[in-house]
Structures are given as C-alpha cells and as structure tokens.
Design a protein around this ligand. Structure first.
Ligand code: SF4
Ligand code: FES
Length: 187
C-alpha cells in the first residue's frame, strides 16, 4: 500500500493522526519526511491527535493530505518549533543545517490535562514493572484514566470512553491544560 492511500491511524494504518474521538490503533511505524535541512520523524503509535502540530503549522502538518507532513512547506526553524509542541513525542526532528537539535526541558514538568493524560516534558526514562527502560524521551503523555491499552502511555482511549476525572479543581488541574496543549474539542 502506498504512503498516499494508506488509511488513517484510527483505522489501523499510519498515514495520519487518528481521529480525535478514536483511540490510537496505529502500528509502531516511524515515518520520516525530510529535506536537506531537516528530517521530521513521526512515531505513529504515540500520536493522540492533540493537533498541536496542526495548529502550530498547518501548511506543514495537514492530516487530510498524504503524506500528511510536507517538510518543504516551511523553514527548518519553524518546523522544529512546531515539532516541539507535540506533547507525546510522536514528532521529533533532526537538523542537518547546523540548527539546534532538541534539548530536554529543564526543569522537567508534569502538566495534567483535564479529563486526559499527564504531559511530561524533560529528561524522562519510562520504566516497566521489572525496571527496564521502555522509553527514553523528552516528551511523554502518561495515561491518568487507567484505560489505555499501552499503559503507561495515553492512547486516546480516555476520549473515546468520555472519561471524566473525579472532582476536577482549578487548583489541581490546569484550565484544560492551556491553549498550547489542550486536545481540541472536536467530538
Ligand atoms: S502534536 Fe503530536 S500527538 Fe498531536 S497530532 Fe501532532 S503528532 Fe499527533
Ligand atoms: S488518559 Fe488517555 S488513555 Fe488514559
């Protein structure tokens, strides 16, 4: 199946981010979209359709297009900045033009998203019960609902299940996580 006509991630393919109302059933596929200046890497199974990338740079990240990432459509600095807004680590970049590579945020931050995951940014090692490292990351979206099929990572099952946390409080939880990080209310 070609890159262009592959079904969406929510249908089991990996051609574009999953539909907002669907958990992510994408297989563990990494796609690369590159120019001589920058390569964008997309880890399909980590994408939860927060759409931060689409809002940041829609001419580059367009889930209705195949391929859905056009690395020619903006300069490398703009693409790198948009990639860094991906809260799950589904997107990464490698610069080939001497531009700065990604550095982990300091300090490490944990930001709960109302009725959704915990966004973690920093120098992160995620470990399994037996202690072995299952992901070494700069950005991770951790499940808070307990329903994810790939615990400890959110896979959007929270949205599919319309999960709501108990007694949300403005003190305890950010106002939908802030405009940069909140999943869109499209369902
Ligand atoms: S910002 Fe990351 S998780 Fe959100 S739609 Fe883009 S690739 Fe997927
Ligand atoms: S918080 Fe998203 S699947 Fe649990």
């Amino acid at each position: 199946m070609s890159h262009e006509d592959e079904p969406s991630a929510s249908a089991g393919g990996a051609g574009a981010p999953p539909h907002p109302a669907e958990p992510n059933r994408a297989p563990p596929v990494t796609r690369e979209y590159g120019t001589e200046r920058i390569t964008v890497q997309w880890h399909a199974e980590r994408c939860i359709h927060s759409a931060n990338c689409v809002r940041a740079l829609p001419r580059v990240f367009d889930p209705r297009r195949r391929p859905w990432v056009d690395a020619q459509a903006a300069d490398a600095d703009a693409i790198a900045a948009a990639v860094l807004r991906c809260p799950t680590g589904a997107l990464h970049f490698v610069r080939h033009d001497g531009g700065a590579q990604e550095q982990p945020d300091v300090p490490t931050t944990l930001t709960p998203i109302r009725d959704g995951p915990l966004y973690v940014r920093g120098n992160v090692e995620v470990r399994a019960l037996d202690g072995h490292v299952i992901r070494d990351a700069t950005r991770v979206s951790v499940c808070r609902c307990g329903l994810a099929r790939q615990i400890p990572f959110c896979d959007n099952t929270c949205r599919k299940a319309h999960w709501h946390e108990l007694s949300p409080s403005a003190d305890r939880v950010g106002p939908t996580g802030g405009p940069e990080s909140a999943p869109p209310s499209t369902d």
